[in-house]
Design a protein around this ligand. Structure first.
Ligand code: MG
Ligand code: MG
Length: 259
């Protein structure tokens, strides 16, 4: 989803402050969904809550209408990886893992973050999948240091995931973020055999490991959006928008309940 025409841009401290606000609204939405999710809830109801919260806080939902996406929220359940479409026909059930991905636009800048939410009692395997994906994101965030390379982020994520026998999706990657939702650089969750940009002060990136319990291969459903695992095994997705500062990584989308 990275637009190759969009270069890497660096943000001023004032711009990062605006981005922090955009991302705090994303964080507010994800916290709300985590608190209110219950078996029987439709994914369209979740989408409505997200859009209402976003607009009530003075931002626009970034995904709505993006390349024609119909929802404000991407909701991807179990074997769905990313880009699931909210629907009145889909209800979350006890034992599901529900990936919710939300973006905002505020004063010309974007926020983007995702979390996978367990509903009721989930399997031990899925508990581990969520834990490892969350930890992989944090390992990646730790690498957002001036002078390191994007490939250091990729390597940290990939190493942690594969050490637990899971796989990272190749077909979709993280991205730079700023006045565009998706801009340079690409932030893959695996190491590529090519040069990788240096991390500089003011660079802002969305790191988003998509981690599959089985194969890394994915397919797209006939709706043209929903990405699923090729083997129908479970997938998890956690994402934060992070700025590189002289004080280290600044996680702009951190939620209040996160440690
Ligand atoms: Mg996202
Ligand atoms: Mg993203």
């Amino acid at each position: 989803m990275v637009n190759p025409d969009k270069p890497i841009t660096v943000k001023s401290p004032a711009e990062i402050e605006i981005m922090q606000h955009a991302n705090s609204i994303v964080a507010g939405v994800l916290s709300l969904l985590q608190k209110q999710i219950v078996p029987g809830l439709t994914t369209l109801q979740m989408d409505t809550w997200a859009e209402t919260y976003c607009r009530d806080h003075g931002a626009e939902p970034a995904f709505k209408g993006y390349h024609g996406f119909p929802g404000s929220l991407c909701i991807s359940i179990n074997e769905q990886v990313v880009h699931g479409i909210p629907s009145t026909k889909v209800k979350v059930r006890n034992g599901d893992i529900v990936s919710v991905d939300f973006g905002t636009k505020y004063k010309g800048f974007y926020g983007d973050s995702a979390v996978t939410i367990p509903v009721g009692n989930i399997s031990k395997e899925n508990q581990l999948l969520l834990q490892v994906t969350r930890e992989a994101l944090e390992r990646g965030i730790d690498q957002v240091q001036i002078g390191k390379r994007i490939s250091d982020v990729s390597a940290a994520v990939q190493k942690h995931v594969e050490a637990h026998g899971f796989s990272v999706v190749r077909q979709f990657v993280g991205h730079g973020i700023g006045t565009s939702l998706h801009e340079g650089p690409e932030v893959p969750n695996y190491v590529q055999k090519k040069g990788s940009p240096r991390i500089v002060e003011g660079m802002a990136i969305a790191i988003e490991p998509m981690v599959n319990a089985g194969t890394h291969k994915v397919k797209i459903l006939k709706d043209g959006w929903t990405v699923i695992t090729a083997d129908r095994m479970a997938s998890a997705h956690f994402e934060h928008s992070v700025a590189a500062t002289t004080d280290g990584p600044l996680v702009m989308s951190r939620r209040a309940e996160e440690v």
